[in-house]
Design a protein around this ligand. Structure first.
Ligand code: GAR
Length: 203
C-alpha cells in the first residue's frame, strides 16, 4: 500500500478526485493517511474528515518565524510516514529540508501545460487569467515531481484542454479541473502506487 500524505490550501476538489478514484478502484494499492492544510478554513479539511482521514492545520501564521513553521510542518508530514506527498492545490513554499528528505516522493498538480504559465506567482485563477490574456487556444494541467524550483521538476503527466472563445478565467479553471486535473492526478498516483518511477527514487 502506498501511504499518501496530501497537502491542501483550499477547496480540495483534487483531494476529492483522488479519494473518489481510490473508492472506485481506479487507483489501487493506495491509502491516504493524512491531509495537511495551511489554512484552517480550507473546505478540503472537511472533505478529509468526511472520509475519516486524519486532517491537520499547520499555518505559518501560528508560528513566530518560518523556521518554526517549517519544523512543525515537516514533523506533521514525518509522523504520517508517507511514501508519497501529493501537493493538491497547496500554496505554501515547501521547507527545503522536506524537499531534500522526500526527493522523488513529492508530486504537484499545476493547472497549465508546463512550461507555460508556471513558476512564481502562477497559481489558482491567476494561471487561467494569464492563459486567456495571452490568447492560447490550448491549455491543460501537469503533474510533476517537486524539486527546489517552482514548477521545475520532472513531468509525469500532462493533459490538454481546449480554450473556448467566450471563456472567463472561472469557466476555464472549471474545465481544466474537470477534464484534466481530476483525471491525471489520480492517474499519476496510481502509476506510482503500482511501481512507476521506482528507479528514480532513493528511499
Ligand atoms: C487547482 O486548480 C490546482 O491545480 C491549483 O490550485 C487549485 C486547487 O483546487 N494549484 C496551483 O495553482 C499550484 N501552483 P482544489 O483545492 O479544488 O484542488
Amino acid at each position: 500500500m502506498l501511504r499518501v500524505c496530501v497537502c491542501v490550501s483550499g477547496g480540495g476538489t483534487n483531494l476529492q478526485a483522488l479519494m473518489d478514484a481510490i473508492d472506485s478502484g481506479i487507483v489501487t494499492n493506495t491509502q491516504i493517511v493524512r491531509v495537511i492544510s495551511n489554512n484552517k478554513n480550507a473546505y478540503a479539511l472537511q472533505r478529509a474528515e468526511n472520509k475519516g482521514i486524519d486532517a491537520f492545520t499547520i499555518s505559518p501564521k501560528d508560528y513566530d518565524n518560518r523556521d518554526l513553521f517549517n519544523a512543525a510542518f515537516l514533523q506533521c508530514v514525518d509522523e504520517a510516514k508517507p511514501d508519497l506527498i501529493v501537493l493538491a492545490g497547496f500554496l505554501v513554499v515547501l521547507p527545503p529540508q522536506m524537499i531534500q528528505k522526500y526527493e522523488g516522493h513529492i508530486i504537484n498538480i499545476h493547472p497549465a501545460l508546463i512550461p507555460s504559465f508556471c513558476g512564481k506567482g502562477y497559481y489558482g485563477l491567476r494561471v487561467h487569467e494569464a492563459a486567456l490574456a495571452r490568447g492560447v487556444k490550448i491549455t491543460g494541467a501537469t503533474v510533476h515531481y517537486v524539486d527546489e524550483g517552482t514548477d521545475t521538476g520532472p513531468i509525469l503527466l500532462q493533459k490538454a484542454v481546449e480554450v473556448l472563445p467566450d471563456d472567463t478565467p472561472q469557466a476555464l479553471q472549471k474545465r481544466v479541473m474537470e477534464q484534466a486535473e481530476w483525471v491525471i492526478l489520480p492517474q499519476a498516483v496510481n502509476m506510482i502506487a503500482n511501481g512507476y518511477g521506482k528507479d528514480m527514487r532513493n528511499r
